[in-house]
Design a protein around this ligand. Sequence first.
Ligand code: ZN
Length: 324
Amino acid sequence: MFTRREALRLAVVSAAGAALVPSVMAQQDDTFFTWKPAAGAKVAFGYGGNALVLAGKDAALLVDCKNAPFGDCLRREAGPALKHVVNTHHHADHTGGNHAFTKDIKLIAQINATPRILGQMNRYVSQLKEAITQLADAKGPAADQVRAEARAVYARVEHLKATDFVPAITFDTDEKLDVGGIEVNLHHYGPGHTDNDLVVHVPSKNLLHTGDLLFHQRHPYIDLDGGASTEGWVKNLAKLIALCDAKTVVVPGHGEITNVEGLKGQVRYFEVAKAAIEKAYKAGKSRKEVAEMSIPELGTLEGDGIRPIAFGAMYDELKHANAK
Ligand SMILES: [Zn+2]
């Protein structure tokens, strides 16, 4: 059973997760995920954060593993050359599928991810439960296979252990991989979206996977309990912008593939939202009022269900800073 606090947390994260599930289950002919090309790599959309597959000569890299029910499917569609798997941070929509890889591939993450992954087994279990409903209307052979896989994982859920989800290799600030002759750099720039974000930079392809440091044209999920800091987040974004030129292909954690302008848009989001929230805070608005306010200057964004969570978190940060 969950404690009341855990249940509340679950409800919030589920609401956020639900908003990230595409309303139309877009599918290509023979794959379950919608795959799109990105600078010689490919990106899988739907059922969790954007997952990237980069193939070198005799090895491939997977970045992020989607929700728990979809790990087996992701592994199948990523192809047999997979040698490296990276988690951009601990959130369950990026690590839920880890169980499909940990037996024979050494997963890589930032060092602060491990205890958080170990502590969220309940999230993975609820993802497996939710999948049965989520997949109810999905049609076609690929969906049938995924539905069967999700049921099979759920059937052995009692045998799944938190250690089936944890990375085998961790690092603090920087790590370098050789993916079949392609140099891949992992960087952690301090707290941002969580306290364990890493970005994946492929200089020879001019390609960057930002993890959830970028919610492209969406309200961002700000997880203060997971170590988020919007001040740190903006500092992270400055580092990412410095890695880019005008041609860099930028793969966000959520939203469509973009370029450096997407990163600048995320910086603007925080500038605009924080200014409006600070003004409301100083005018004596309550947390509830701030969480529910609308900020027209932000324009139309996806993920409106996350908006009150985002604004509420920024209110909490402001209150905390003023209490010092
Ligand atoms: Zn996240």
